[in-house]
Ligand binder design. Structure first.
Ligand code: ZN
Ligand code: FE
Length: 257
């Protein structure tokens, strides 16, 4: 399974999963249809699946047009998003398996950004392979999604689940927010050498107009403040050691940043 990253709208990424042998494709969170249709044409591949993580329009905006062009496409989303995802046919819950070609993803229920948000995790096929996590607006490279419909308790629980996945997991988040996220991270975690070197790398990459997604979950665990609520430095920055309060205060500071 190859993952192609397609830029969309102003700062979204759509991910196209391609299985060259059968020449079939799936798409994660089609913000708009055009980039997907163009890429499918280039590959000569048929779209069989749409995986949606949540109902926001910058994640489902292309569903309708893709369904028109590929009427047999199957649209997946979380069970709590019933009625909010155009064309949704499959209503997923935590732990459900979802198939694409010969790969099976595991579904995580990760409310917080929205009340029905889910993530799709494809475990590695061999032990030296990487896993692929499509987490929408839950974890961002260097950050996390805003809490629009969920509570800090829910989001902390969701991030905890995803944090348990192996370090060698590629994190495919849906927005190019990394540089701004790491700017904020430095203000609350100023003496973290891993964060400093990541910032330098990301700044250089953005100067060259390169994407910073995917990142590795192992790197997120070392540098993303929203996965590091147990760290004394971060607890000191928000003057709390209680996990939910630490997370909620960090998230509140980022909202103002
Ligand atoms: Zn969203
Ligand atoms: Fe989004």
């Amino acid at each position: 399974m190859q993952v192609h990253r397609l830029p969309a709208l102003s700062d979204n990424y759509i991910f196209l999963l391609h299985e060259p042998e059968q020449n079939i494709a799936a798409v994660v969170d089609p913000a708009e249809a055009q980039p997907v249709l163009q890429h499918l044409e280039k590959l000569g591949a048929e779209l069989v699946t749409i995986f949606n993580t949540h109902h926001h329009s910058d994640h489902v905006g292309g569903n309708q047009e893709l369904i028109q062009r590929y009427p047999d496409v199957c649209v997946y989303g979380g069970t709590q998003d019933r009625g909010r995802i155009p064309g949704q046919q499959v209503f997923l819950q935590e732990g459900d398996p979802v198939k694409f070609s010969d790969r099976t993803a595991e579904v995580f229920f990760v409310p917080g950004h929205t009340s029905g948000h889910i993530a799709y995790y494809f475990p590695p096929v061999t032990s030296d392979d990487v896993g692929e996590l499509f987490c929408g607006d839950t974890i961002f490279a260097g950050g996390c999604g805003r809490l629009f419909e969920g509570t800090p308790t829910q989001m902390l629980d969701s991030l905890s689940k995803l944090r348990r996945l192996p370090d060698n997991t590629r994190v495919w988040c849906a927005h190019e927010y990394t540089l701004k996220n790491l700017k904020f991270a430095q203000t609350v975690d100023p003496n973290n050498p891993d964060l400093q070197s990541r910032y330098t790398d990301v700044e250089a990459a953005r100067r060259r107009k390169e994407a910073t997604v995917p990142s590795l979950l192992g790197v997120e665990k070392l540098t993303n403040p929203f996965l590091r609520w147990e760290q004394p430095t971060l607890q000191a920055a928000v003057n709390s050691t209680e996990p939910v309060q630490t997370f909620a205060r960090l998230r509140g500071m980022k909202d103002q940043f």
